[in-house]
Design a protein. Structure first.
Length: 133
């Protein structure tokens, strides 16, 4: 069983067992979406840090998984030394792009090097786009 998640408590009115108001239910969905996105980004960055291209591709949609090996190696070689010192992700917000949502994070590294912005989208629990600037 999963540990208690405080967000689960907000889906029901206290004491009556009735579904929460639509705004509360929407907030609950947003918490779930945020958890999915941060988990995906943490996983992807771990694979980049350890030069694990196949594992990286397994977390991506087929369309996004067409990342060429030289492109992956270039990104991995650039980011790995910083990622291996530790990283902190800060949620900056959501952007609407066509019919998709893009989640934006600040990526700070343990070595205090330059920070990056990561913009990530998912489809079916897999990364459908990732831009790191």
């Amino acid at each position: 069983a999963e540990p208690f998640d405080r967000a689960d408590a907000y889906v029901w009115h206290v004491g009556c067992g009735a579904p929460a108001a639509p705004a509360v239910a929407a907030a609950h969905r947003n918490v779930r979406h945020f958890k999915t996105m941060i988990h995906l980004l943490e996983s992807i960055l771990a694979h980049v840090a350890h030069h694990e291209r196949q594992e990286f591709l397994a977390r991506c949609t087929p369309e996004f998984a067409k990342v060429a090996e030289p492109q992956f190696d270039k990104i991995s070689n650039q980011l790995a030394p910083h990622l291996l010192t530790g990283s902190t992700l800060t949620h900056l917000g959501e952007l609407k792009r066509k019919n998709n949502s893009v989640t934006v994070f600040r990526v700070a590294f343990g070595d205090n090097s330059d920070e990056f912005v990561a913009m990530i989208s998912e489809s079916g629990g897999k990364v459908s786009s990732l831009v790191i600037k």
